[in-house]
Design a protein around this ligand. Structure first.
Ligand code: ATP
Ligand code: MG
Length: 215
């Protein structure tokens, strides 16, 4: 079982402190919903965990099974089971979906998956997700509709089988996925953690109660 432990994480973007000491522990198999108002730092946290170069870590630690994630290159983080589903998936002209996935899978598995085996795994997941096979030859996200881009993120998840997963904000999604834990991120800190009932509470109360709380 994997354990992702985030302790006192402080992150700066363009000189501004966005995360101000985030504490969060996630074990594989658990579903955590990270909620919070726009701009509270949810995407920043995801980028910081994955190693996006624009996000400077100025304090705290992130470990995966005790290993220092922050010392790893992004591809090592992926090989260790971390995956970031993009809020805004990027178009990659000239790179076919098939080549992209095969390269990613080989990197994450640390060995070449034979082409035939890869193609059969890919077909199976695409069928499950209701994705037409014509997408295989298309360039990554190029001209995809918004929904098709999101579906491709899910295809990557299905194929790469990451060990840990962080879900961001829409409470509507929680009608389909029941989280074990809900955390509310406000102004770069986890302001409250609880069970699934916290999501229902937020649905009716919103985030104002946290904004107005004295610091
Ligand atoms: N590259 C950047 N340059 C300047 N500011 C940035 C950058 N990236 C993030 N920020 C700022 O950091 C804050 C947190 O942004 P972040 O994207 O983490 O919010 P979020 O919680 O994911 O919000 P949303 O719910 O809207 O997706 C915002 O005020 C944002 O403008
Ligand atoms: Mg975001």
């Amino acid at each position: 079982m994997a354990e992702l432990e985030i302790k006192g994480l402080v992150t700066e973007v363009e000189g501004a402190q966005i995360l101000k000491g985030v504490d969060l522990t996630i074990r594989s198999g658990e579903t955590h919903a990270l909620m919070g108002p726009n701009g509270s730092g949810k995407s920043t946290l995801a980028y910081a965990i994955m190693g996006h170069p624009s996000y400077e870590i100025t304090g705290g630690s992130v470990t995966l099974d005790g290993q220092d994630v922050l010392a790893m290159a992004p591809e090592q983080r992926a090989a260790q089971g971390l995956f970031l589903a993009m809020q805004y998936p990027t178009e990659i002209p000239g790179v076919s979906l098939t080549n992209f996935l095969r390269t990613a899978l080989n990197q994450v598995r640390g060995e070449e998956t034979p082409v035939r085996q890869f193609m059969s795994e890919l077909r199976e997941h695409m069928t499950d997700l209701g994705m037409d096979e014509k997408f295989m030859q298309r360039n990554v996200n190029e001209g995809f509709s918004g929904g098709e881009k999101k579906r491709f993120e899910i295809l990557q998840l299905a194929l790469l089988t990451p060990r840990t997963l962080i879900i961001t904000h829409y409470s509507r999604i929680l009608q389909y996925v029941t989280p074990d834990y809900v955390h509310v991120l406000v102004d770069g800190r986890v302001a409250k953690s609880g069970g699934p009932e916290l999501a229902d509470e937020l649905e009716s109360t919103g985030y104002e109660q946290f904004r107005e709380a004295p610091v």
